[in-house]
Design a protein around this ligand. Structure first.
Ligand code: SF4
Length: 377
């Protein structure tokens, strides 16, 4: 790798992020590699599949939120630098060993889906379900489940009420686990993953009801809530929800024989039209296991699709996006090489910047909910 010479930085100003954001991309590779080398085994860099190429190439581990949460739990490094979004870094902090510190290179890297379930709204929902006699405060009646893509406060909420966290790869197992305990599930915060999972387990759509946090009783009648087996929080992923059934029709017209595979955060109608559904890791495995000459249109984040397009072209497989306009996770994109460089060089200097710390009370119950998920794996 050629090491570019970086512009000089004023002495004493090296820790300021502003000084980094004006630096050109071409100067970053050498500096990040040098800082990485200097930190050695004291730091581990985790990179989510949706990260841009300039960042993910420095990751020690690549994966989806589930795989990275497992890696975070295994690592012995002092610093876990998480190139992902805020809820992932929170989960890493919850699973971290004593003394480990988690760093998110840009604190603005949030998740629009996680932000759709605010703890006050979820507590209010639960109170209303209790007052309707559908559950007791500690969860006898309804098992609350939350997707990994939620804040630590929501994970703690479900942990304290007998529920667990799940990911897109183990949501089906989590549903089965939950139904062994209660007749109903409250699923947070992604209605699409919840609906797709319920349907795949044979639960008809009429037995799912959407809870709108901005309406009294979620906008549903007590009878509807009583008859439902799955209460779906009205949240979604702004990236995956953009894929439409028309996109499936169009890509099949343009590329006869192409296989459409999508993430379960996509709408029900899109998933029903698709040839395959899979978590991020699942989609990669589906393509990896296909014979040479296969063609895929993939409904997931554009950075991963483009990367798979390049990598699988070597095996004579075609991988394109399901939607030509491209679906970018703008919050994930906020982590730039400049942010990564700033975070690593600060660690070299002994400064832990952008540390993500989950308060102890929340940490305990989040850990309970995450441990239940790791146990069913
Ligand atoms: S892709 Fe969707 S769910 Fe994933 S981090 Fe981005 S906004 Fe959140």
């Amino acid at each position: 790798m050629s090491i570019a010479i970086a512009p000089a930085i004023e002495p004493g100003a090296s820790c300021s992020l502003e000084n980094y954001l004006v630096l050109p991309d071409r100067t970053m590779d050498g500096r990040i590699a040098a800082a990485r080398l200097e930190l050695g085994s004291r730091a581990v860099i985790l990179g989510h599949h949706y990260q841009r190429d300039e960042v993910i190439k420095f990751a020690d581990f690549r994966g989806d939120s589930y795989k990275l949460s497992q890696e975070a739990a295994r690592t012995k490094a002092d610093y876990i630098v998480f190139c992902g979004v805020h809820f992932m870094a929170e989960s890493a902090d919850v699973l971290a060993h004593a003394g480990q510190q988690v760093v998110l290179p840009d604190l603005n890297a949030g998740c629009s889906m996680a932000d759709m379930a605010e703890i006050g709204q979820v507590e209010s929902c639960w109170e209303q379900l209790v007052s309707l006699g559908l559950t007791e405060e500690q969860g006898r009646g309804i098992t609350p489940l939350t997707y990994m893509n939620s804040t630590a406060a929501i994970k703690a909420f479900v942990g304290e009420r007998g529920g667990m966290v799940c990911t897109s790869s183990n949501a089906g197992s989590a549903f089965k686990w939950a139904f062994q305990r209660n007749e109903k599930i409250l699923f947070l915060p992604d209605q699409h993953l919840g609906r797709n999972t319920a349907f795949s387990l044979g639960i008809p759509l009429e037995e799912c009801v959407v809870w709108d946090p901005f309406l009294l009783q979620g906008g549903a009648t007590p009878e509807r809530l009583r008859s439902a087996r799955v209460i779906l929080w009205k949240g979604h992923c702004s990236v995956h929800q953009r894929f439409l059934p028309e996109h499936v029709d169009k890509v099949r017209e343009r590329h006869p024989g192409i296989q459409v595979i999508v993430h379960p955060e996509c709408r029900f109608e899109v998933c029903q039209k698709a040839d395959g559904i899979g978590s991020t890791e699942g989609l990669i495995k589906l393509i990896a296991g296909a014979p040479a000459g296969s063609k895929f249109a993939v409904g997931t984040e554009i950075h991963l699709v483009n990367r798979m397009g390049k990598e699988f072209a070597k095996e004579n497989k075609m991988v394109i996006t399901l939607d030509d306009s491209g679906c970018l996770c703008t919050t994930m994109f906020r982590i730039s090489p400049q942010h990564l460089c700033w975070a690593l060089e600060n660690l070299v200097d002994g400064n832990v910047v952008n540390r993500i710390r989950v308060p102890e009370g929340i940490k305990h119950w989040s850990r309970v909910a995450l441990d239940r998920m790791l146990e069913i794996a």
